[in-house]
Design a protein around this ligand. Structure first.
Ligand code: GN1
Ligand code: MG
Length: 368
């Protein structure tokens, strides 16, 4: 993307300081992210082109983010925290909207860049996993009294019944002609279909409550400070109503993986039980008293659920001809499928131990 064009887009936002440069940042799978550097000591900014084929209602999404960040900002202020570092700050466009739509119909948004932070791609210590769990626990806790309506930014995002309807259509279309070579992988999905639907039924029936959650809690969506403390959750595009369990499960999917999300060396991919225990410890230290008993009962299962969903989503995108996730090679979505399936199997084989750890840690914080 041309610098001139990026500078022109940045100039549409309420950035009071003189802009020095705009450069690419990070490796998100969905949006395109840039950093806007300003002169002197003034803050820098994050400029994002939101992926409108994935987010059909960017104005609604930005309104969600505004509501949630202003709620969290109040909580941070009440607690005497630093409201420019412990929550994201949305910068509106000069016309007052929370986004700018360019002449090509692309949607852009700006937030304040928080300096001196670390975003990890992988958890390298139990301490980090514990802090990460506390961070998401605190995020959920701060939103526990949030009661404004939120737009559903992606329909049925963690709803496996909805995912299966997409999956069935995708298989019927076989858009890239890849289905016939994927009998084994498709079997992985089908053999667990009923079990996953049975779990989701508990959500549909209200046995497991729906709350306001982040929905994309992989480790690099949390900012840590230089002392190893969690500052805030970023990438709030998917903040919406969902079971709290999904944030836990998605975090476990990334914090506990001893390999990479797309590792081609499957021997490296396992779920680390000590990392599971550490994350769960951090999470429950913040949330044990607020969660319902059924949520605690299904906490360990949520890791299997979200990892399974991720296998399905990567495989479905491969079958669709790679339309959703950015890929680095033609087989990337299949590699991701295999690596996430290996992780799922590792979780399944340790499931009883995971349940035992949750029970023990919940008792610790509930002093039962
Ligand atoms: C995407 O945007 P990013 O890279 O944080 C995806 C998540 C997946 C994740 C897999 C909106 O997250 O749901 O779990 O990739 N986000 C969306 O790494 O689909
Ligand atoms: Mg992200």
């Amino acid at each position: 993307m041309k610098t001139d064009k990026l500078l022109q887009i940045a100039s549409k936002f309420e950035i009071p300081d003189e802009i020095k440069s705009v450069g690419s940042l990070g490796e998100g799978f969905i949006n395109d992210t840039f950093i806007v550097r300003t002169v002197g000591d003034a803050p820098d900014y994050i400029l994002q082109r939101k992926n409108k084929s994935i987010f059909p209602d960017v104005p609604g999404m930005m309104e969600n983010i505004r509501k949630v960040t202003s709620h969290i900002r109040n909580r941070v202020r009440e607690a005497g925290g630093d409201e420019m570092r412990e929550v994201m700050t949305v910068v509106p466009a000069k016309d007052g909207k929370l986004y700018y739509e360019d002449e090509d119909g692309e949607f852009w948004a700006v937030t304040v860049f928080i300096p001196d932070t670390i975003a990890y791609d992988r958890a390298d210590s139990e301490e980090l996993a514990r802090k990460g769990g506390q961070g998401i626990g605190r995020f959920q806790e701060m939103l526990s009294d949030f009661n404004e309506p939120l737009a559903e930014t992606i329909k049925g995002f963690h709803n496996i019944r909805h995912r299966f309807s997409q999956w069935d259509e995708s298989l019927a279309r076989d858009a890239a002609g890849r289905k016939s070579s994927l009998a084994t992988e498709i079997g992985w999905i089908e053999s667990r279909r009923q079990k996953m639907l049975d779990f989701w039924k508990l959500v549909e029936d209200g046995v497991i409550p729906t709350r306001v959650t982040h929905n994309d809690t992989k480790i690099n969506n949390i900012l840590f400070d230089k002392n190893g403390e969690v500052l805030c959750a970023i990438d709030l595009d998917t903040v919406m109503a969902s079971p709290a369990l999904n944030d836990f499960g998605d975090a476990i999917r990334s914090y506990t993986n001893t390999g990479a999300e797309d590792d081609t060396d499957l021997g490296k991919v396992e779920m680390s039980l000590p990392m599971f225990e550490a994350y769960t410890d951090g999470y429950l230290s913040e949330r044990a008293k607020s969660l319902e008993e059924t949520e605690i009962e299904w906490l360990a299962f949520s890791a299997l659920y979200i990892t399974y969903e991720q296998v399905l989503r990567f495989l479905m995108d491969y079958i669709d001809g790679d339309k959703y996730y950015k890929i680095k090679n033609p087989e990337h979505n299949l590699q991701r499928t295999h690596a996430q399936y290996k992780l799922l199997c590792s979780m399944e084989s340790q499931y009883e131990k995971m349940q035992g750890a949750v029970k023990k840690l919940a008792e610790k914080y509930l002093e039962r």
